[in-house]
Design a binder for this molecule. Structure first.
Ligand code: NAD
Length: 472
């Protein structure tokens, strides 16, 4: 019999008035039935969060810290079982799933350790001005399917420690591990403080347009981000939008192919390429182009592709049918535009598997280069002039991350400084953590998540301006 998963609303696990079938991407079979909310049930979750807000926002930060620590402990005590669910629904290898779930607990502990600052703006003879931070109210946390647990828990941690209440909506294809965590949290958080509801990818707008929702913390594609922004405009919601990316990597002429190729491969193919900050287009200096292409192809051909639950698997399936079909079409289109030197096909049998694919000698105008592929396919282009490659890397509507690779990190840093993105890495790619602000430039996002800068976006600035009386 398929497992059943319920939603968390107002402190109770509840079945919704609909259900959604959850597919194992490694087998294409439905393995679980998940409760799914109606429009009214999502509204009930918002109402519950709004009702819980006065009491939660009145707690001391130490009380909130204690709750966050308990939430982290509950996850830590169940890492293996949550990770099993995550692998089953998302496809990622067991070790990666355990890393994501453990990482979620680590993020909660980070938030539990933060102070919310009171900034002294002026303390003079005539006045004292302080900048305080107040919670906003109900936060809607909308989550994609690539890192469902980490993304949801990151948003919950930041929302709760600052005194907000939250309604989380996972992606329709990956709700289960999050709901498993919801069941663990039910008896830890006060009723209504955290609510987790699901949909069929059809009711996100109920949250983003709801008058009681004061902030939307959204992670997903740029096209959906644009809809979210317009839907929240009627109520002037605060928004953090973490959107798509098309990160470039630039390999300078002094790199040793034997040293950098494995790292370049891992940067592009982590989580099977389904990472907003995966390396998605690689520019290699002419003098190293053939050697690095050959090395990347060798690594790709040796990579073990299989079910995430199978020991030794390095790359699991693509997460869902829609993305799988999109990638297969993109690869077919690419055959006429470049040379596939590894992959380009799928292993025999069921599952949304694609062998890691390396494409060389492809034009900058090919869709694989201009669009976000979000899967295990990497285009490799050549360059001979640094000014030219900087212009090509910047010629994108996206601006999430970029990286520069060189045996001289100062030289790489000077190139990196010219790249237009929220993050640039030098001799690595995709390194993020809870204490490091994460921002998207251009169409890759609005606002910052993580770190103190991210935390403050979950607050309302409130100035306290005291007159100092001459005789006081
Ligand atoms: P998506 O935009 O299709 O969906 C994301 C979430 O938004 C899902 O929960 C979905 O149900 C919900 N949604 C759909 N329509 C909505 C609407 N009209 N209003 C409100 N919510 C709505 O994204 P996806 O396909 O799940 O994820 C892949 C994308 O996410 C990629 O573009 C990737 O780069 C991006 N991403 C960005 C980051 C980042 O931090 N910048 C991190 C991970 C993923």
């Amino acid at each position: 019999m398929e497992a059943r998963y319920d939603m968390l609303v107002n402190g109770k696990m509840m079945g919704g008035s609909r259900t959604v079938d959850v597919v194992d991407p490694a087998t294409e079979e439905v393995f679980a039935v998940c409760a799914c909310a109606s429009r009214e049930e999502i509204e009930d979750a918002v109402t519950a969060a709004a009702a819980a807000f006065p009491a939660w926002s009145a707690t001391s930060i130490d009380e909130r810290r204690a709750v966050l620590i308990k939430m982290a402990e509950a996850i830590e005590a169940n890492i293996e079982s949550i990770a099993r669910t995550l692998t089953r629904e998302q496809g990622k290898p067991t070790a990666d799933a355990q890393g994501e779930v453990g990482g979620a607990a680590y993020f909660l502990r980070y938030y539990a350790g933060l102070e919310i600052p009171v900034e002294l703006i002026e303390d003079s003879e005539t006045r004292r001005i302080e900048l305080h931070r107040r919670p906003l109210g109900v936060v809607a946390a909308i989550v994609p399917w690539n890192f469902p647990v980490l993304t949801a828990v990151n948003k919950v941690g930041a929302a709760l420690i600052t005194g907000n209440t939250v309604v989380v909506k996972p992606a329709a294809t990956t709700p289960l591990a999050t709901l498993q965590i919801a069941a663990l949290w039910r008896d830890i958080v006060p009723a209504g403080t955290v609510n987790i509801v699901t949909d069929k990818n059809d009711l996100g707008d109920v949250l983003t347009s709801h008058p009681m929702v004061r902030k939307v913390s959204f992670t997903g594609s740029t096209s959906t981000g644009m809809k979210v922004m317009s839907s929240g405009s009627g109520t002037l919601k605060r928004m953090t939008l973490e959107l798509g990316g098309n990160d470039s990597g630039i390999v300078l002429d002094d790199c040793d192919p034997d040293t950098v190729s494995q790292q370049l491969f891992d940067s592009a193919f982590m989580n099977n390429g389904q990472v907003c900050i995966a390396l998605k287009r690689l520019y290699v200096h002419d003098s190293k182009y053939d050697a690095i292409c050959a090395k990347l192809a060798e690594i790709a051909k040796a990579a073990i592709v299989g079910p995430g639950s199978q020991q030794g698997t390095q790359l699991g399936p693509v997460q869902n049918r829609v993305q799988f079909d999109k990638l297969k079409a993109l690869i077919e289109e690419t055959r006429a535009e470049g040379t596939i030197i590894a992959g380009g096909d799928s292993p025999d049998g069921q599952g949304y598997f694609i062998n890691p694919t390396i494409v060389r000698d492809i034009s900058d105008n090919a869709r694989l280069v201009t669009d976000e592929q979000f899967g295990p396919v990497l285009p490799v282009m050549r360059f001979s002039d640094v000014d030219d490659v900087v212009a090509r890397a910047n010629d994108s509507s996206f601006g999430l991350g970029n990286s520069v690779w060189s045996s001289d990190s100062e030289k790489a840093g000077a190139v990196a400084a010219r790249l237009d993105s929220g993050t640039v890495w030098i001799n690595k790619h995709g390194d993020i953590g809870p204490d490091t602000p994460f921002a998207g430039a251009k169409m890759s996002g609005v606002g910052i998540e993580m770190g103190m800068h991210g935390l403050l976006e979950f607050t309302q600035a409130k100035v306290m301006n005291f007159a100092k009386m001459a005789n006081a």
